[in-house]
Write a protein that binds this ligand. Structure first.
Ligand code: GRF
Length: 203
C-alpha cells in the first residue's frame, strides 16, 4: 500500500523533523516525508533531511516581491512532490489566508504551549513569566488565526521553581518529539475526524 505523503516546513534546528524521521525508520509511523522545505538556507533541518535521502528545497522570502508569491512557490513545491499533508515543524513564519485556504484542514503545526494559552513567539518564556504551574505542547490543524486551529492532541509538563524559558523549553521539547509523530500516526491511519473546531480521535 502506498504510504501517505507529507511535506515538512522548517526554519531551523529540525529536532521535530528528526523525531518524525526516527519514528518512520523505526517502522511505527506509516507515512513518507516527500519533501522538506525551508525558508532559511542554513537550517540544520535541511542537513538532517538530505542525510536521510529526503528531497529538500529552499524557498527564501527575500527571493519574492510579495508574501503571496513566496507562499505560491512553497505551494508549488509541495504539489510537485504530491504532498497530502503539510507539517509545520519549527517554521517561523505565519502563513496567510491565501496559503491556508489552499490547504484547508491539511496543515498541522506543533506549538510549545497548551493552547489557547501563550500563542505566538516565545511561548515557553511567556508561560514562565505568567507563573503557570503546568505547560506543554499542542499539535493542531492550522486555520487563518495564529495558533488557533482545531487541537489534535496535547501533552503536559510541570513548570518548576527556578525554570527559565530555556529549561522549560527543553522539558517541553521531549514531549513535542512524542506528540507530533503520535498525531501524524493518527492522521496517517485515518483516525482524525474534524467536527467543527473539535478533532475527534476514532478508535
Ligand atoms: C519547537 O519548539 C516547536 O514547537 C516550535 O519551534 C521549535 C522547533 O524546534 N514551533 P525544532 O526545529 O523542531 O528543533
Amino acid at each position: 500500500m502506498n504510504k501517505p505523503k507529507i511535506g515538512v516546513l522548517v526554519s531551523g534546528r529540525g529536532s521535530n523533523l528528526q523525531s518524525i524521521m526516527d519514528h518512520i525508520a523505526a517502522g511505527d509511523l506509516p507515512l513518507e516525508v516527500a519533501v522538506v522545505i525551508s525558508d532559511k538556507a542554513e537550517a540544520k533541518a535541511l542537513e538532517r533531511a538530505a542525510g536521510a535521502g529526503i528531497a529538500t528545497a529552499v524557498v527564501s522570502r527575500k527571493a519574492y516581491d510579495s508574501k503571496q508569491e513566496f507562499e505560491a512557490a512553497i505551494d508549488a513545491s509541495l504539489r510537485e512532490h504530491q504532498v497530502q499533508l503539510v507539517v509545520l515543524a519549527g517554521f517561523m513564519r505565519i502563513l496567510s489566508g491565501f496559503f491556508v485556504q489552499k490547504w484547508q484542514h491539511k496543515i498541522v503545526n506543533i506549538h510549545p504551549a497548551l493552547l489557547p494559552s501563550f500563542t505566538g513567539l516565545d511561548a515557553q518564556g511567556q508561560a514562565v513569566r505568567y507563573g503557570v504551574k503546568v505547560s506543554g505542547c499542542t499539535v493542531h490543524f492550522v486555520d487563518e488565526g495564529t495558533d488557533t486551529g482545531p487541537i489534535i492532541l496535547q501533552k503536559v509538563v510541570p513548570v518548576l521553581n527556578g525554570d527559565t524559558g530555556e529549561t522549560l523549553a527543553a522539558r517541553i521539547l521531549v514531549e513535542e518529539h512524542k506528540a507530533l509523530p503520535e498525531a501524524l500516526r493518527l492522521w496517517a491511519l485515518g483516525k482524525l475526524q474534524l467536527e467543527g473546531r473539535k478533532v475527534l480521535i476514532k478508535d
